[in-house]
Design a protein around this ligand. Structure first.
Ligand code: ADP
Ligand code: S3P
Ligand code: MG
Length: 200
């Protein structure tokens, strides 16, 4: 990390207080990978919602889908994220469908800041084709599934506090871009709060 990013990371760590930084976005955007790097850079705990769900259910995500169906996975996901959000500060990588749930969105915004890692379809497809673990993509045409999810979900991901375009850069480079975006957002918010309390 260069000095400027280190300084920004320290500022984010300072401004985040006990809140959670929640990464949202489609499968393959890099929420889990960048989230881990981000947590390391900010010296915060890293939680991956899917890992927490797997621990609670004592089985992999794909098996939960198979054995109990997607609605049960979504119930588990919402309750696990609700519990995780009780203990900030931390970086939370959500699974791609979590932020689509309105109650989950609200609870994220009551307890922290949301950052949407957006990405182009080609980059997402390259990334998700590395592993066949995602149940929603176990389909003869995963690209069509992803395009449909882009249509349905991007307007909802756009409700996140911050958007960062996930590009074909290294994970470390992406983590630096995310730190800069967080610093800009939290600094602007803190200036805003400062101004409104001075006028109060
Ligand atoms: N910036 C990046 N550069 C290279 N590989 C990446 C990058 N971001 C993510 N990846 C890889 O792409 C795949 C999907 O990333 P992942 O973090 O699991 O996405 P998500 O959690 O959003 O579904 C993983 O194999 C991950 O290591
Ligand atoms: O988009 C989704 O609905 C899902 C995304 C996955 O997580 P990632 O986004 O981390 O791949 C995982 O939660 C599950 O397979 C469902
Ligand atoms: Mg993930």
């Amino acid at each position: 990390m260069d000095m400027a990013t280190k300084k920004r990371a320290a500022n984010v760590r300072n401004l985040i207080g006990d809140q959670t930084i929640a990464l949202v976005g489609l499968m393959g955007a890099g929420k889990s990978a960048i989230g881990r790097k981000l947590a390391l850079a900010l010296d915060l705990p890293f939680i991956d919602a899917d890992t927490e769900i797997e621990a609670a259910a004592k089985m992999p995500v794909a098996e939960i889908f198979e054995a109990y169906g997607e609605p049960e996975f979504r119930r588990l996901e919402a309750s696990v994220i609700k519990r995780v959000l009780e203990s900030g500060p931390q970086v939370l990588a959500t699974g791609g469908g979590a932020f689509i749930n309105e109650a989950t969105r609200d609870i994220i915004h009551q307890n922290g800041v949301s950052l949407w890692l957006s990405a182009e379809i080609d980059l997402l497809m390259t990334r998700v084709s590395k592993k066949a673990t995602r149940p929603l993509l176990k389909n003869p045409n995963p690209r069509a599934i992803m395009l449909d999810l882009i249509d349905k979900r991007y307007p909802i991901y756009a409700k996140a506090n911050i958007e960062v375009l996930s590009e074909d850069l290294t994970k470390d480079e992406m983590a630096c871009i995310v730190i800069k975006a967080l610093d800009d957002h939290l600094s602007a918010q803190s200036n805003q709060n400062g101004k409104s309390s001075r006028h109060a």
